[in-house]
Design a protein around this ligand. Structure first.
Ligand code: PLP
Length: 381
């Protein structure tokens, strides 16, 4: 009964782990959403937008006021110039922006370069569009293997997907790495699609660089971001794609027939979000830095060795060898016996490496993380 394309991927393991977490009354460090309240100003703006009757369809590619604000923010923060009339599309989360971009650009059989580890949605995004993914593993220190990257490009390569700061590894790509990627995209006439949803969650003085700001990349980059993570409103489902006119016209067509538009009142509230003072963003990063340190220590103390992430709000940890379990078995053991939900590493890897890892999020209240730390303390590896 079902199409062949739905057979190319499985249901999200992350959302599956959330269901298991509920079943076992565990602490959910699987899915990356905050368990603390969204900022008061933004919630008030959302409620006001509904009471002010912004309750009907907005223009399909997004409310003009929000596109104008996104264009300003992209110029100031991402160093990308964009025409809000013809180069910005507001979508139902960055998830839709990514799927619409892939559907707009890819023909069956085109190849898409993806770094490993990767955010689990990129596999299904590629599968639905008929693309062939080419995974390029980062090394143990999360550096690019230049030879592997160069050899991933060929005549069939149409797109490269970049995610910085990265989920699950916390890697923040450097200017030199961007330059290497950009040169390859230019030489092979490839479109870069960049998922920058964690662009404000950076640690230890790391800087966010958008590949679309590099010479010759503006017109071959689709820059995707959204409001879920920066403003702690993952349920609002507002994201966007910034791309040159012609690319945008394709994205808008897919978006129109897929969803018509993103939630109208919440688009209005997102205008207020983009007008938050600079201190909002430094406070956000500082808050997550404290949580990062807490979870990093708890995992290492429990024998789950891990490195400090440079950005985003996840930690990838190694499963202790003497556990004698793979990632699926260990994740199930942790959720049912220890009461902490994580995500099996194989959700983020094509290779075997993921079988030895678990991902934990620290986008939770301090008390939630402390309780998780207490439970993990009973592990004894
Ligand atoms: N991209 C990455 C890398 C993510 O980690 C997530 C959520 O976890 C998303 C996109 C989803 O974002 P949105 O809520 O805007 O659809």
């Amino acid at each position: 009964m079902l199409s062949r394309r739905t057979g190319f991927f499985v249901e999200s393991v992350i959302r599956d782990m959330t269901r298991l977490s509920l079943k076992h009354n565990a602490i959910n460090l699987a899915q990356g959403f905050p368990d603390f309240p969204a900022p008061e100003e933004i919630k008030r703006a959302g409620a006001a937008a509904i009471m002010d009757d912004h309750n009907q369809y907005s223009i399909t590619w997004g409310a003009k006021e929000l596109r104008d604000e996104i264009s300003r923010k992209a110029r100031e923060y991402n160093k990308i110039e964009s025409d809000p009339e013809s180069e910005i599309t507001i979508t139902c989360g960055s998830t839709e922006a990514m799927m619409a971009s892939v559907l707009a650009v890819i023909n069956e059989g085109d190849e898409v370069v993806v770094f490993e580890p990767f955010y689990e949605n990129y596999g299904p995004d590629a599968a639905v569009s008929g693309a062939v993914p080419r995974f390029v593993p980062l090394d143990d220190e999360l550096n690019i293997d230049e030879g592997a990257l160069v050899s991933a490009f060929n005549k069939k390569t149409k797109m490269l997907i970049l995610n910085t700061p990265n989920n699950p590894s916390g890697k923040v790509f450097t200017k030199d790495e961007m330059k290497l990627i950009a040169d390859l995209c230019v030489d092979h006439d490839v479109i870069a699609v960049t998922d920058e949803i964690y662009e404000y969650i950076l640690y230890d003085g790391k800087k966010h660089i958008s590949i679309g700001s590099l010479d010759e990349m503006r017109d071959r980059t689709i820059t995707i971001s959204g409001f879920s993570k920066t403003y702690s409103v993952t349920g609002w489902r507002i994201g966007y794609a910034i791309a040159e006119k012609n690319l945008t016209s394709g994205i808008r067509k897919v978006h129109d027939f897929l969803t018509v538009g993103a939630p109208a009142p919440l688009q209005h509230a997102c205008v207020s979000a983009l007008r938050m003072p600079d201190s909002y963003y430094s406070d956000l990063a500082r808050m997550y830095d404290g949580k990062r340190r807490l979870l990093h220590k708890a995992l290492n103390d429990a024998g789950l060795k891990c490195r400090m992430p440079d950005g985003a709000y996840y930690i990838l940890a190694d499963i202790p060898e003497d556990a004698g379990m793979d990632d699926m078995e260990f994740a199930k053991y942790l959720v049912s016996e220890v009461g902490v939900a994580s995500v099996p590493g194989s959700s983020f890897y094509k290779s075997e490496v993921g079988r030895h890892k678990l991902r934990f999020t620290f986008s939770k209240k301090e008390e939630t993380l402390l309780e998780a730390a207490r439970r993990l303390g009973n592990l004894g590896f």
